[in-house]
Design a protein around this ligand. Structure first.
Ligand SMILES: C[S@@+](CC[C@H](N)C(=O)[O-])C[C@H]1O[C@@H](n2cnc3c(N)ncnc32)[C@H](O)[C@@H]1O
Length: 276
């Protein structure tokens, strides 16, 4: 698929998923964030974090980590969540930066933005400085050097032009600002034909996952330094099954079982930070 076709497919899938408010019939990815199958089977958020987030944002959560848990967010800071989905990390970030800070959520699925706005209101944060941008990650519409921290949770793997996404994150960060990202990567290169088949339907989070070494090179080429891996988790087979059809089988056709078998043990969920 061409990059624009990929973007359209991803936008439609997540838009439709958002319309259900995460209440879709049982699917590979329909478990709430406390036991997300689009993430590790272990809980990715603490119970206290989850209890502070409205159901709508929990149900729409499709992350593979908890970026606000390692982003070291401080009161008064400006945070941008790129690919904010239903707003779970926007809400957690807004609590950490407090009334003097600001959080932007960026997503290209308008239905997600609507649900995230509703979740922020239900979380009692309507009076806080939270703003959403309906925009692609490659062009967030935010000003240069305006953010202290850019967070992202299981999104960049879905983007066909990762260079453009990291260049844009670099542009909007203040000098000395940082990235705190959870994403899905491959441990190394995979067979070219297999890769093409996975990409032909842009199958969930595996269709666009790239080898770790290429990912770090892309980050460095965008200008980032001090890349630190905070955690790295090899996906188990059931976790991989869930990831491969994220946000759910009714939206994303699962890849052929043989193809999925061939990437078993080669897909990792990685949390990292990097500095502008
Ligand atoms: C797997 S979900 C994760 C959502 C959220 N970060 C979370 O943890 O629940 C991916 C989100 O990224 C958005 N997205 C994917 N590619 C994008 C792009 N190129 N530009 C803007 N949003 C994008 C989708 O619309 C979707 O809401």
């Amino acid at each position: 698929m061409k990059p624009d076709e990929v973007r359209q497919v991803v936008q439609e899938r997540y838009g439709k998923f958002a319309e259900t408010a995460g209440n879709a019939a049982d699917s590979c990815c329909s478990k709430p964030a406390i036991q997300a199958c689009c993430a590790h089977e272990q809980a990715i958020y603490s119970r206290s974090e989850l209890s502070s987030v409205p159901e709508i944002a929990r149900n729409l959560s499709r992350g593979c980590g908890n970026p606000t848990g390692f982003a070291n967010l401080q009161p008064g800071k400006v945070v941008v969540d790129i690919g904010c989905g239903g707003g779970i990390d926007v809400i957690l970030a807004a609590r950490k930066v407090g009334a003097g800070g600001k959080v932007y959520g960026v997503d290209f699925a308008p239905q997600m933005i609507e649900q995230a706005k509703q979740a922020v209101a239900q979380a009692g944060l309507a009076d806080r400085s939270v703003e959403f941008r309906h925009a692609p990650l490659e062009d967030t519409t935010l000003p240069d050097a305006s953010a202290d921290v850019v967070i992202s949770n299981c999104v960049i793997n879905l983007c066909p032009d990762k260079d453009a996404v990291f260049r844009e994150a670099f542009r909007i960060l203040k000098p000395g600002g940082r990235l705190a990202i959870s994403d899905i990567l491959l441990t190394g290169p995979i067979d070219a034909e297999l890769r093409e088949r996975l990409q032909s339907g842009w199958a969930g989070c595996t269709g666009g996952a790239i080898p770790e070494a290429d990912y770090w090179d892309t980050l460095k080429e965008a200008g980032f330094t001090e890349i630190k891996v905070v955690a790295r988790h090899l996906l188990s087979d059931p976790e991989l099954d869930g990831m491969a059809c994220c946000p759910g089988k009714e939206y994303t056709p699962a890849p052929a079982a043989d193809d999925l078998n061939q990437v078993q043990g080669k897909v990792v969920s990685v949390k990292f930070t990097a500095i502008k």
